[in-house]
Design a protein around this ligand. Structure first.
Ligand SMILES: *Cc1c(COP(=O)(O)O)cnc(C)c1O
Length: 429
């Protein structure tokens, strides 16, 4: 009998391009059809056919505390009876801005938007307006949402679908996006020297999650900071993924390097569609209505989204144990999988920091886009399907990271490790 998921997918493809509202949800890279979910609670998702999964994506990051976290649910229910949107300022927005600036000290002022994509697009426009320069540097394999100027050597779904450079992005737009390999300061210096006084910003994921997990080499973030200081370039950390995940203050806190601007998303919405960009007051005061750089949003700062995100951030602030637990859980999972891989003699590279990790099927060190692409994606597809079969839900692409949540119990960790061991045995046959 055909599963409900497959029926729905057949139907979906008639009305939605590819049957999905975001390409990363398709199973193109791993084979098979996407699973349609019905509900989720804590560490588990349940599909429309009633199968249960341990969730290791957590909505691509936002569900740091697991699904349907009670305090968030309660707070949203409280505000939702006061109307879904006003189009006027509300006190929730003030509270949200206050807590973000408190937890991420480099952010002195912040503007709320509706997605990570909006956050990065707006941040680049602002950096350009502030510096009066047109060009910016991005790194190959980093993903900053689907804004035109970022869809060049882009990571995430773009690599997975084999379209790191999207048609529809004009040459005019693309010429202002300069590319460097991640972890390569020399390449950045060369670009900066060749484009003296023309570069508005350097934007990066301080820890990359979108070509799989790739860590900054020692001195890389510091080196970028120094170049930006010397050349009056705005350093933008895209912490849409890493913000409130790698530490309360994000990757910038974990690595001790302070950007001029930060983009946020995912966790700050606790599952609601939210993004934010912020930074030095001097830069942020260039934004309309006090500054000349225009940026707006009918639903920005939406009360339900603010209630959800605010409750999440307040919980994280009041519960430092969250980060200890995330480290502990992740260490157990990662070291367990590594032990199995070593015993089986499978070539692999494990990149891991905090509650993010990627298992690459390559013996090369993965430090940038080129080395990430040495992975055996076919083997990953097999591993993915074997895990799915055993009820473990991984990202359906090698070029993504695992997102650990606090909802995983010791029993769940053991279930994951058992499933992984069996899956590795199956695929290495
Ligand atoms: C997810 C992500 C984005 C895009 O956010 P959306 O909410 O999907 O638009 C941007 N940058 C990074 C680093 C991301 O991980």
């Amino acid at each position: 009998m055909i599963s409900k998921s497959s029926q729905l997918f057949n139907e979906a493809q008639k009305y939605i391009p590819g049957g999905v509202n975001s390409p990363v949800r398709a199973f193109k890279a791993v084979g098979g059809n996407p699973i349609f979910m019905e509900k989720a609670k804590g560490a588990y998702m349940y599909d429309v056919d009633g199968k249960k999964y341990i969730d290791l994506i957590n909505s691509w990051g936002p569900m740091l505390l697991g699904h349907a976290f009670k305090p968030v649910e309660k707070r949203v229910q409280e505000v939702l009876t006061n109307s879904f949107s006003f189009g006027t300022p509300t006190s929730l927005e003030v509270e949200m801005a206050k807590i973000i600036t408190e937890l991420v000290p480099s952010v002195e002022k912040v503007r709320m938007v509706n997605s990570g994509t909006e956050a990065t697009m707006s941040a680049i426009r602002l950096a350009r307006g502030y510096t009066g320069r047109d060009k910016f540097i991005k790194f190959e394999g980093c993903y900053h949402g689907h804004g035109d100027s970022f869809l060049i050597a882009a990571g995430s779904g773009a690599i997975t679908m084999g379209q790191p450079d999207s048609p529809g992005v004009t040459k005019g737009t693309a010429k202002d996006t300069l590319l460097a390999p991640f972890n390569n300061l020399e390449a950045v210096r060369t670009l900066v020297a060749a484009n003296k006084n023309e570069i508005a910003a350097i934007i990066l994921e301080p820890v990359v999650g979108n070509m799989g997990c790739v860590l900054p080499a020692e001195g890389f973030l510091e080196g970028l900071r120094k170049i930006c200081d010397e050349e009056k370039i705005v350093l933008i950390f895209d912490e849409v993924m890493t913000g409130f995940r790698l530490a309360l203050g994000g990757a910038q806190e974990r690595y001790g390097v302070t950007p001029d601007m930060t983009t946020l998303g995912k966790i700050i919405g606790a599952g609601m569609p939210v993004g934010a960009y912020g930074g030095k007051q001097e830069i942020m005061d260039y934004v309309s209505p006090i500054g000349p750089v225009y940026q707006a949003g009918t639903l920005s700062g939406n009360p339900m989204a603010m209630a959800a995100g605010l409750t999440m951030l307040q919980h994280l602030k009041d519960t430092p144990a969250v980060y200890e637990q995330l480290e502990e859980t992740s260490n157990l999972i990662v070291s367990g999988i590594q032990k199995d891989l070593n015993e089986m003699g499978l070539p692999y590279t494990m990149n891991h920091v905090g509650s993010m990790y990627s298992l690459f099927f390559t013996s090369e060190k993965v430090i940038d886009f080129d080395t990430a692409k040495t992975t055996n994606t076919e083997l990953f597809g097999k591993y993915f399907r074997a895990m799915l079969d055993k009820g473990i839900y991984l990202s359906p692409s090698q070029y993504e990271t695992v997102f650990i949540s606090t909802a995983l119990s010791t029993a769940d960790i053991n279930t994951i490790l058992k499933a992984s061991r069996k899956s590795l045995e199956e695929i290495s046959k």
